[in-house]
Write a protein that binds this ligand. Structure first.
Ligand SMILES: Cc1cc2nc3c(=O)[nH]c(=O)nc-3n(C[C@H](O)[C@H](O)[C@H](O)COP(=O)(O)OP(=O)(O)OC[C@H]3O[C@@H](n4cnc5c(N)ncnc54)[C@H](O)[C@@H]3O)c2cc1C
Length: 287
């Protein structure tokens, strides 16, 4: 289908972009890669009167390391993330997620900021951002603010952003020594959203123990779901295959996933256990 008519702006500065959002309020929509917005406009699920395209803001398109933090611009594409040596070596779970988003066209155009702001319950990045303890920076008429990823996602397709705010950067602490991470996703076809996705961020301690574990699921709730009981099991003794399986079983408890065209709720619960075990094993095997 063809979208309803809209006015198009491509501001050259962030200030201009914020000004346009202020001026047009709820009638305006930001556009990053357009990989979620344009299909929704074509289906007339959303029909903004004004589209504010961020493509002319190169300051939002970068990946770099500053002291103890990896900084990623909101306009960094999925392709840029999964092909970045810095991301692959420092934050492998983020590279894993970027590699399995959609197809090559989506990965070349879609951005991490757009994906986070879109906040689909079955998107790949949200679980990874929570597992890696990321913060999102947003700018609006009142200036900049920093939002922990765990507070950013408030419901499916909903974030704590005001309509006049723009995500500019994503900050992720550089993991310490002994840290390793992985993201694993189950989907029906390569290009599909996750039935279940699991981000595991682990830190090796003394004697084969896992000193710290953050395990976060996508696809099983309105927002990323952290499975703290499984995390406690992973940290309770030497991390072997038996403990990983026990953590997988624990992760299934208290999940209340949705049913959709991809899978029903019970299937999601069942595969969550398997994918938690596999994601933990994949992370632990990384050195
Ligand atoms: C065929 C197909 C397959 C896909 N498969 C997957 C998949 O497997 N996994 C997955 O996670 N995703 C998948 N996606 C979605 C894809 O990841 C999108 O790229 C992403 O959701 C949106 O990023 P974008 O840059 O294209 O944002 P856009 O579509 O441009 O914007 C999305 C929303 O975010 C808002 N927005 C954009 N940028 C900002 C910003 N900087 N600050 C505030 N708000 C902003 C927009 O106003 C809009 O509401 C798929 C998409 C398609 C078309």
């Amino acid at each position: 289908m063809i979208p309803r008519a809209f006015e198009y702006f491509d501001p050259a500065t962030l200030e201009e972009a914020v000004g346009l959002l202020e001026q047009h309020g709820e009638d305006a929509k930001l556009m990053a890669g357009g990989q979620s917005l344009l299909p929704m406009m074509k289906l007339r699920m959303v029909s903004p009167a004004v589209v504010v395209d961020l493509w002319r803001l190169p300051e939002l398109d970068y990946i770099r390391r500053d002291d103890g933090v990896v900084r990623v611009g909101a306009m960094a594409t999925h392709y840029a993330l999964h092909s970045s040596p810095l991301i692959r070596t420092t934050l492998p779970a983020l590279a894993d997620a970027a590699r399995v988003v959609g197809d090559p066209l989506v990965r070349n155009l879609g951005t991490i900021g757009g994906s986070a702001a879109h906040a689909a319950y079955n998107a790949d990045y949200p679980a990874v951002l929570v597992a890696l303890n990321a913060e999102l920076l947003a700018v609006g008429p009142d200036g900049k603010r920093s939002i922990p990823a765990v507070d950013f996602f408030t419901d499916t397709f909903t974030t704590c952003l005001e309509p006049t705010e723009i995500v500019t950067d994503i900050l992720i602490p550089v993991p310490g020594s002994g840290a390793r991470s992985a993201y694993l996703k189950l989907s029906r076809r390569g290009t599909d959203f996750a039935i279940v996705g699991v981000a595991a961020a682990l830190t090796e301690g003394e004697g084969g123990h896992c000193a710290d574990a953050r395990v976060v699921l996508t696809g099983v709730g309105d927002v990323p779901v952290r499975v703290t009981e499984a995390e406690e099991i992973l940290q309770a003794g030497p991390l072997d295959a038996e403990r990983m399986a026990e953590a997988g079983e624990a992760a299934k408890r208290n999940l209340d996933p949705p049913s959709d065209v991809q899978a029903d709720a019970q299937y999601r619960v069942d595969v969550s256990g398997v994918y938690v075990r596999r994601a933990v094993a994949a992370a632990w095997q990384r050195s």
